[in-house]
Unconditional design. Structure first.
Length: 217
């Protein structure tokens, strides 16, 4: 007689964190959603935990050793195994590094150039992409730009951060906001996927070609 397969969603709760503390309610909610090891859309996770920074909870779970995969679209998450690995502790900037970066960046947001009382230290290349906690990979961002960068990084499907204006704002002299209609936005998105470049790269290329054509006329 074949032994019935156990429903993975009933194999609950998982083990405690490495430090022995209980999981937070949001972390347990995400784990419960991912426990059947099916793809789960980010909107479902957001609605379940009701936290804008649900991606931080997912990052914490990964750092604790849970094997969570992100779909190439950046919209879906899936648990790969019920086995929790040893995990890797997140490395934060130390006092010396913070002081150096604040002095170097003159307490100014490196993207928008504004001063902010709540200036934040950001990893140019995110830790999730194996960015290091070294001063060369740290920058000051205001709260608004940091939130914006986090959202862009969350949905980014490119293999590299090279040339990204959020990771290397010093390569660019100004920032503008574009409002696109549905058709243009879809065309830009399709071109980005086709060429493996960010939407920002494509937009910069189009604008540069336009002004180059004016100079040649």
């Amino acid at each position: 007689m074949t032994k019935p397969t156990k429903d993975p969603s009933t194999d609950w709760p998982p083990v405690k964190r490495d430090n022995g503390k209980d999981w937070s309610k949001a972390q347990l909610t995400i784990l419960r959603l991912l426990w059947p090891m099916n793809w789960v859309h980010r909107k479902e996770i957001f609605n379940a935990v009701n936290q804008t920074y649900y991606d931080r909870r997912i990052r914490e779970l990964r750092e604790s050793g849970w094997q969570i995969e992100t779909h190439s679209s950046g919209q879906m998450y899936r648990l790969l195994s019920h086995e929790k690995l040893l995990g890797q502790k997140r490395q934060y900037p130390n006092t010396r590094q913070k002081r150096f970066v604040r002095d170097r960046d003159q307490k100014t947001c490196q993207i928008c150039g504004q001063h902010d009382e709540n200036i934040q230290i950001d990893h140019k290349i995110p830790l999730e992409r194996n960015g290091l906690t070294v001063v060369e990979n740290l920058q000051l961002l205001c709260r608004a730009c940091n939130v914006e960068k986090r959202g862009v990084c969350r949905h980014c499907t490119l293999d590299s951060c090279d040339g990204c204006p959020y990771a290397y704002p010093e390569l660019y002299s100004c920032k503008i906001i574009l409002f696109l209609d549905d058709v243009v936005a879809e065309n830009l998105s399709n071109e980005s996927i086709k060429r493996g470049l960010s939407k920002t790269h494509i937009a910069i290329e189009i604008v540069s070609q336009y002004f180059s054509s004016l100079d040649n006329n």
